[in-house]
Design a binder for this molecule. Structure first.
Ligand code: F6R
Length: 614
């Protein structure tokens, strides 16, 4: 979603701001802007569309001499269109104050009416502009920049991460957050703020995550952090170890393709760390649930959105299979709409790649209020959601730049395999021989993923044949229904082709009416698995209605070539572990279709990497 960068120091801020924004582009945006300040004045430059438009505006502007600070923003429209007027920074006091904001101000209409009554004139349709005018108002009342920002924040309902600069105090950059992430960075040449770490890679040497309601005052050579009650906090910055490679395409055509190809290594490293051998116990050091509390767990709830919700569906299947504990999966937004049955006998698992998804955070907060033990699976252990965590399971998939989740999904699946094995070990719900066989098979997965990635000719051929279809159906039975849902979501997101996903048994209850020669059906079938024979029958029914058929399967049966137009094979694997392999061809299928249609694969329209609004 939106992204923030800010800098104060002894280097010109322009390149720092543009570099930072470039590294945040992956979050999705529709306009961009920067404000620069020197000791005499501020200037703001904004543009609709991509950063290239902002760069052009900058190159055509007569810039301030010797700026010592600046703030930059990419905006994903929520209040008002994605045009230059609504782009951040927003200003007050005749341009002597500029702010950038991530988040949403829920009471902005009331505040706007109040400010208009006092004579303030609004340029934009945004909620953000009220914050600029409010800070301006308190500055005019005699407050300093720190106090004025605090006073303005005390009037706001909602979520915000703010960067503020003003001519009143030209050696200061103020940062404050409430329910939206904000990071501070340090380097020899100056100090930074950013909404996410990638903006600081290659720029800052060390970083610190600001906590809710903390306010930071940055100058050229100092950062002071103040707690909510404005007492000074003593904070330790951590070295920023992420290399520029982690946000480089490394020769791949798109980040998505690079991230798909990283999955062998990521799963290998994660398994190596948590399960070094089939004889070892699963090692999850950040799970802090006591043995007595675990024994008392009566239900498990898994809360997530989007792709993470599909990982949750696989997780439910695994946990129920290996522990026998009843497990429910809920879309976070739906959990928020219903009576919560969570209690101290509930283990509530929140799954979020970014750890910043507003729906998931709110739902987890609600479950925590009902005394559930909260376990968070996330790729960003320093993200906002971890504030509610009693236990943590980091995914360690590295920064995912492409908007469409791929490697984080596979890492979420591995995390659920590890977690369900861990629970089975601690609850003694599965005998040792079965556990060890499962572990043995799990440890083979990284190599199997690599085998699939090296043999993608059939997937490419399939993509070429069907890239002009306007609709797809994905189906399976059992644990791979979630894989079908995830495959369909990937296709929709990046190719803009409609795709429905169903438990195959449901086809005959309605969707079968859609079938004809224009509607490809993708099936995931694992021989020996539940319903293999029935899935074949469902495909026969589809073929009788002329639908082209695509199989993702570990079967070696040559007869399948008679039934299916394309048979995409994955290595042999038990049904329980198959979501780890069957998903990979579906990611590639979506990728090759989208790329052949010329879509913006890494930044699909209307989507954002982390959805920080409910
Ligand atoms: C799909 C995708 C989204 C996210 C969803 C939840 O490719 O990326 O559906 O999965 O917005 O995001 P996280 O996992 O960050 O909470």
């Amino acid at each position: 979603m939106c992204g923030i960068i800010g800098y104060i120091g002894n280097t010109s801020p322009i390149d720092i701001l543009l570099n930072g924004l470039k590294h945040l582009e992956y979050r999705g945006y529709d306009s961009a802007g920067i404000a620069l300040g020197n000791l005499n004045r501020l200037m703001v430059i904004k543009a609709a569309g991509k950063l290239a438009n902002l760069q052009q505006e900058i190159s055509q502007s007569s810039l301030l001499s010797s700026p010592n600070r600046g703030i930059g923003h990419i905006r994903w429209a929520t209040h008002g269109k994605g045009n230059a007027v609504n782009a951040h920074p927003h200003t007050s006091l005749n341009g002597n104050l500029a702010i950038v904001h991530n988040g949403i101000i829920e009471n902005y209409k009331d505040l706007k009416a109040e400010l208009i009554n006092q004579g303030y004139v609004f340029q934009s349709e945004t909620d953000t502009e009220v914050i600029a005018h409010l800070i301006g108002f308190y500055l005019q009342q005699g407050s300093n920049l720190h106090q004025a920002t605090r006073q303005a924040c005390s009037r706001l309902h909602g979520a915000y991460a703010l960067g503020v600069i003003s001519q009143a105090e030209p050696h200061k950059l103020i940062a404050v957050r409430h329910h939206a992430p904000l990071i501070l960075g340090q380097s020899r040449s100056g100090n930074y703020i950013a909404s996410d770490i990638p903006a600081l890679i290659g720029q800052a040497d060390s970083t610190l995550s600001l906590e809710d309601d903390e306010l930071a005052e940055l100058s050229e050579n100092n950062i002071s952090v103040f707690a909510a009650d404005d007492t000074i906090c003593h904070k330790t910055f951590k070295p920023l170890t992420m290399s520029a490679d982690s946000i480089d395409k490394l020769g791949y055509r798109h980040y998505m393709l690079k991230e798909i190809h990283e999955q062998g290594n990521i799963t290998r490293q994660l398994l190596h760390k948590r399960l070094p051998s089939a004889e070892a116990e699963v090692n999850l050091p950040d799970i802090n649930i006591s043995s007595s509390r675990l024994q008392a767990i009566r239900q498990i709830e898994i809360i997530a959105c989007g792709t993470s919700l599909h990982a949750a569906e696989v997780g439910k299947y695994l946990i129920e299979e290996l522990t026998g504990i009843s497990t429910q999966v809920m879309a976070a937004s739906e959990y928020l709409c219903r009576r919560s049955l969570s209690s101290e006998h509930t283990l509530c698992i929140g799954v979020s790649q970014s750890g910043e998804t507003a729906d998931t955070i709110s739902a987890i907060r609600k479950a925590k209020e009902h005394n559930a033990h909260i376990l968070i699976l996330t790729n960003r252990p320093d993200s906002s959601i971890t504030r509610y965590a009693d236990s943590l399971l980091p995914l360690e998939a590295g920064i995912e730049v492409s908007v469409a989740a791929t490697k984080s999904y596979t890492a979420q699946l591995v995390a659920f395999y590890l977690l369900s094995l861990y629970l089975a070990e601690h609850l003694h719900s599965v005998d040792a021989a079965q556990l060890s066989a499962l572990k043995q098979e799990l440890l083979q997965i990284p190599t199997q993923i690599e085998t699939i990635l090296q043999n993608d000719q059939e997937i490419k051929a399939c993509a070429q044949q069907f890239n002009h279809s306007r609709n797809f159906i994905y189906m399976s039975r059992g644990i791979n229904v979630a894989t079908a849902q995830e495959g369909a979501l990937k296709l929709k997101e990046i190719s803009y082709i409609n795709a429905g996903a169903y438990p195959a048994g449901e086809l005959k209850h309605g969707p079968i009416a859609l079938l004809d020669e224009t509607l490809p059906v993708v099936s995931i079938l694992i021989p020996g698995g539940s319903g293999y024979a029935k899935l074949l029958s469902n495909n026969e029914e589809a073929k009788a209605r002329k639908a082209p058929l695509i199989a993702i399967t570990s079967s070696q049966d040559k007869e399948l070539n008679k039934l299916f137009n394309h048979v995409i094979t994955v290595p042999q694997v038990s049904e329980l572990l198959s979501p780890l392999t069957t998903n990979i061809p579906l990611q590639l299928l979506a990728y090759y279709i989208a790329d052949s249609l010329g879509r913006d694969v890494d930044q699909p329209r209307n989507l954002a990497k982390s959805v920080t609004v409910e």
